[in-house]
Design a protein around this ligand. Structure first.
Ligand code: TYD
Length: 132
């Protein structure tokens, strides 16, 4: 299974305004079945706090900045996203939280499956047991 990693997206610098894009199976290592976005996060709030059984995601800070904190059951890694041309690949079976959202930040999330609550592990102890 792939590790979490930052993917640099195409960036077309233009005096009229910059442009970046994502094509499935090209800039992102899966077929996109769903996209959602998180916005208007009040200061100090944390989103996430769960793992997915088989779902994979890519997270992009379209605007502003925030941290994605990933735990593999043994240790934690923090990724600070603050550029709209970087995506963070989040494999399945990583405990993921998102925090330190800046004012007006927007987190775009691309996923390889449609929403299904059965994908979620919402108990950290159960997650750690499943990782063993
Ligand atoms: P959840 O994934 O738990 O949010 P976060 O990880 O950011 O804290 O989702 C919150 C609620 O939104 C949950 O009741 C399910 C619903 N939801 C959908 O209906 N579709 C979706 O694509 C997502 C991501 C969530």
């Amino acid at each position: 299974m792939m590790e979490p990693h930052i993917i640099q997206l195409p960036k077309l610098l233009d005096p009229r305004g910059n442009l970046s894009f994502i094509e499935e199976n090209h800039h992102i290592p899966f077929k996109i079945e769903r996209t959602y976005w998180i916005y208007d996060v009040p200061g100090g709030e944390t989103r996430g706090g769960h793992a997915y059984k088989t779902l994979q995601e890519m997270v992009v800070a379209l605007s502003g900045s925030f941290d994605v904190v990933l735990h593999d059951g043994r240790e934690e890694r923090r990724f600070h996203l603050n550029r709209s041309y970087y995506g963070l690949y989040v494999p399945s079976m990583y405990w993921r939280s998102m925090e330190n959202f800046s004012t007006n930040s927007v987190a775009l999330v691309l996923a390889n499956e449609v929403y299904d609550e059965k994908q979620y592990i919402r108990d950290f102890e159960a997650f750690k047991l499943a990782k063993q």
